[in-house]
Ligand binder design. Structure first.
Ligand code: NAG
Ligand code: NAG
Length: 235
């Protein structure tokens, strides 16, 4: 019976998904600030906590009359939230930050990687199937890298150092792989070079920077700050 059931369904390959909790409601969530150089396009909610709204720069914010959120022409679909806004916003943000840190700790705590220190962290040109990947160093992407697998497959990339994507280089998905099933959990700074393209949720212990014109099919969840320069973020 179970054999036939397995034949009739798609069997997911890769680690148990990382539960983002309410942090998964944000395109960008950061603890110490979000700065943008316009024009950026952010297709989802932006939140900062415990820092105040003064740490949101470049948005040209308009505070809503309720005091609970601001709007910005660069933030589509959703709004901008800060810990200094009117209740219940601070409580909601505080919970989201807690969920973000829990997700980071969960993802970085996964053991028994399928791949350890693959290519010494220079992964440009590789095709990465589903699994748990661990690097005890930084990871650099100097040419396009492909993430290949089905729509239910999962990837966790644990990076102990920095994650750097060179200018104009891309993460490419193939085979139906979904950005929402990919998690980069990075202890050091994350930098996407000018015109580069990122796929997957980023859980950053420190900062996440998208340089001029970079695009990301990502949630950018940073324990320090997020900086965008004329960039596009789509969860
Ligand atoms: C991560 O969370 C899952 C539940 O979502 C749990 O089963 C697993 O033990 C956790 N792993 C770590 C390393 O915390
Ligand atoms: C990854 O490792 C886990 C645990 O050792 C194993 O169950 C799983 O089959 C491996 N996955 C791949 C894609 O190699």
């Amino acid at each position: 019976m179970s054999f036939l059931a397995a034949l009739g369904s798609v069997v997911a390959v890769g680690p148990l998904p990382v539960n983002l909790g309410t942090a998964g409601n944000y395109a960008i969530l950061a603890e110490s600030g979000v700065s943008v150089v316009p024009p950026c396009v952010i297709n989802g909610c932006v939140g900062v906590s415990p820092i105040a709204a003064t740490a949101l720069t470049g948005f040209s914010l308009t505070l809503d009359p309720t005091g609970q959120f601001s709007t910005s022409s660069q933030v589509i679909i959703c709004e901008v939230f800060a810990a200094s806004y009117t209740a219940p916003t601070p409580t909601i943000l505080s919970a989201a930050i807690g969920d973000m840190v829990a997700a980071y700790n969960n993802a970085t705590g996964r053991v028994n990687p399928n791949f350890s220190n693959l290519a010494s962290g220079a992964i440009g040109g590789l095709v990465l199937g589903p699994g748990l990947y661990k690097w005890t160093s930084g990871v650099s992407i100097g040419s396009d890298v492909t993430i290949a697998g089905g729509a239910t497959d999962t990837w966790i990339f644990q990076v102990s150092g920095t994650l750097t994507i060179a200018g104009a280089k891309k993460m490419v998905l193939s085979g139906g792989a979904l950005a929402s099933n990919i998690v980069w959990v990075v202890a050091g700074a994350v930098t996407a070079g000018a015109g580069s393209h990122v796929e997957g949720v980023i859980l950053g212990k420190t900062s996440i920077t998208l340089q001029t014109g970079a695009t990301a099919n990502s949630r950018l969840l940073a324990q320090t700050f997020v900086a965008l320069d004329q960039a596009t973020v789509t969860p």
